[in-house]
Design a protein around this ligand. Sequence first.
Ligand SMILES: [Zn+2]
Length: 268
Amino acid sequence: MGLLKSQVAESWAIDSESWPLEDQESAVQQIDQVLAVFEGCFGHELLMQRRVIMKHSLIEEPYTHALKDDIKPKNTFEVYLVNVINNPSRFYYQAAHEFSHVFTGCYPEMISFNWISECLCSAATFYVLKKLSSKSEYESIIESPLRQRRNWTSLKDYYCSNGDELGKDPYGQIDESTQTRPRNDMIATWFLEVIEQNPSGWKSIARMKDSDINLQNFANDAGDSTGAYLVLWYVQCESDCERLFAEAISGQIGYSFTLKDPPDHINC
Ligand SMILES: [Zn+2]
């Protein structure tokens, strides 16, 4: 397999045999632009802890999967991207979303929580687009989800009415004309606020592991299984910035818990 390595993190590479030759250089450039934004928030070390092979998706839909024979923790991934090199904003949109899945370890094993990581991945998309696209292009992309969100006073309000549906269908319907998922993009606009307030806490998505710990241990304190999942995420965070991030996302959904011993000053 021929590999074209990222300049930002060399453990990330394009499988050159799967990409059209004439688009390979642009693909690596655009991938590196997205990875540079991740590196700014996550740090170089966390990027290098993942081994990622990027391939050309032939099904016109991007997706990510962890290699099955990998040992835990999962850290080797294949990311399939659609070749939309001539439309950089669309390329950033899909790459930022899929790269986020690399850090969440793909998808929680219990489907009822997948909507949380899905919408965090979509929020990452907006964060990256805001940095890399023109102001007018970014505004035109986020305008519709922001308009849709005006029907609700808060994410908690939306979750109270739609929590069951979110638990059953974490992806929401796709808009074929724009290849976006309007419902999740709407939720992502709330999560985006947390990333923008605390960009270095965003890497807490790398702590969203749910397979090794029994959620029941947390369910009593948290009230229900979604609350338990959020507490589990919170307790696996590795810094105050990350805990603040998990706390803020949980608070938006309507679950509150706080740092046990908050430091006097948190520099996030
Ligand atoms: Zn996704």
